[in-house]
Design a protein around this ligand. Structure first.
Ligand code: ZN
Length: 134
């Protein structure tokens, strides 16, 4: 596992949060992208070398809608960059970690992604992401 790729924050109203985080960082988001498979709208900010992803649910059964219902707005996940996501999933499974999905899927920002089950990582939802080079 390499560096932290981004931190994901669950928000109720992405337009309000875009204004709030633009004021916080002193610059606008650089990308907004819907991820239909996850039922989310995402917005990305850069803060120096770091990235923040805002996530708003676009459907009631979205994982983000369920998260906000249970816990309210806040930090949703920490994403780590990996070179080879399939190898990393195999390695983590051998270490006894549980994956939410065994197969990586296409996420926002041109990445293949997979999530570890937070029950196996002290309650922290961890995302693995690998750049898709096209
Ligand atoms: Zn993410």
């Amino acid at each position: 596992m390499n560096k932290i790729e981004h931190i994901g924050i669950a928000v109720k109203d992405i337009e309000n949060s875009n204004r709030l985080f633009a004021a916080l960082f002193g610059k606008e988001h650089y990308k907004i992208e819907a991820v239909e498979s996850e039922g989310v709208m995402t917005s990305f900010f850069k803060c120096g070398p770091n990235k923040i992803e805002l996530l708003q649910a676009t459907s009631e059964d979205s994982p983000i809608a369920k998260f906000i219902e249970k816990k309210g707005e806040g930090i949703h996940h920490i994403a780590f960059a990996v070179d080879n996501i399939e190898d990393e999933i195999e390695r983590l499974k051998e270490e006894g970690f549980k994956m939410i999905l065994e197969k990586p899927k296409k996420g926002a920002d041109n990445k293949l992604i997979a999530f570890l089950h937070p029950k196996s990582t002290n309650g922290v939802l961890i995302e693995l992401c690998q750049d898709i080079d096209d």
